[in-house]
Design a protein around this ligand. Structure first.
Ligand code: CA
Ligand code: CA
Ligand code: CA
Length: 296
């Protein structure tokens, strides 16, 4: 069977709905909010049992944070449901038998579907596992966000073989190596064809919290601040500083500069490239040990 192409996973109706939220290019960001209610409630005509899960919220935030530097469209977390273009509900159950096996739903609302109401999306994410959220449940998050951004099931059918979530997160089929809850390179290529490649590098100053930073294909400037931070800078020639704390840093392709800070902690540079990357350190810094690990 032929290889999946960008056009095989695009759903024009979803693209149009999101374009109407963005007022056809006048706005370049989508606001999202994850509801924190719990117990039975009726949302958009569905009776659902809402579930509170901070682990779920932070996974959703990670999916947006990782995607944002890859496509020109941006995402903003907002604190109220009514301000959100993407309203996300974590649930443990749908009351109706029809939806008993449904794991996730992305619904077009308002706009042409409900004249007089501003267009928006609702996402239901069912946690099907009894214990901790597992990778099977996590797959639902990028899948539903994929629909919001105009992606469709491969050739319009999620069960169509031989494709699996290793080809596109929009498949329902499990790959041999197990579920991998992230967008594939084809998904990203399709999203970039719809929404453009990120045009602005990241300039981020972190706080003293433990944070994750994702860079663009351009030269990013990231200072993670204190805390145990993770930086994945992607392509471009990046300037990266993990700050104090125990940091894990990937420079990606390009000529990256890693700046080491004095103070407690250490940086682990995961992909130092001899001859192109550089390490600098703060003046007067003492106790500098460099340990090289080969064959990673
Ligand atoms: Ca972006
Ligand atoms: Ca970069
Ligand atoms: Ca930090």
């Amino acid at each position: 069977m032929k290889k999946l192409a960008t056009k095989d996973i695009i759903f024009q109706e979803c693209v149009e709905h999101t374009k109407s939220i963005l007022k056809n290019g006048k706005i370049n960001f989508l606001a999202y909010h994850v509801d924190i209610g719990s117990g039975w409630d009726t949302v958009s005509g569905f009776e659902v049992k809402k579930k509170k899960s901070s682990k779920g919220i932070s996974f959703i935030e990670d999916v947006f944070a990782e995607l944002d530097p890859l496509i020109d469209l941006d995402f903003a977390k907002v604190s109220s449901l009514s301000d959100a273009d993407i309203k996300i509900y974590q649930i443990s159950e749908f009351s109706s038998e029809e939806e008993a096996d449904t794991l996730g739903l992305a619904m077009t609302e308002g706009g042409v579907y409900e004249p007089g109401v501003n267009p928006f999306w609702s996402i239901f994410w069912k946690h099907s596992s009894k214990g901790d959220i597992d990778s099977f449940d996590l797959v639902t998050v990028p899948h539903e966000i994929g629909h919001v951004l105009g992606l469709d099931h491969p050739m319009g059918d999620g069960y169509k073989l031989p494709w699996t979530t290793d080809d596109s997160i929009m498949s329902y089929n499990k790959p041999k190596g197990g579920w991998n809850p992230s967008f594939t390179s084809l998904d990203i290529k399709s999203l970039q064809s719809l929404w453009g490649k990120e045009a602005n590098p990241i300039q981020a100053d972190g706080s003293d919290k433990d944070e994750k930073f994702f860079g663009t294909h351009l030269g990013d400037l990231i200072n993670a601040g204190a805390g145990n931070d993770t930086i994945k800078a992607a392509g471009g020639s990046d300037q990266l500083s993990g700050g104090t704390g125990k940091n894990k840093i990937w420079g990606g392709k390009g000529k990256d500069v890693f700046s080491l800070s004095s103070g407690k902690g250490f940086d682990v540079i995961m992909d130092f490239s001899h001859g192109s990357d550089k390490i600098t350190y703060q003046k007067g810094m003492s106790g500098l040990f460099v340990k090289e690990k080969k064959g990673e």
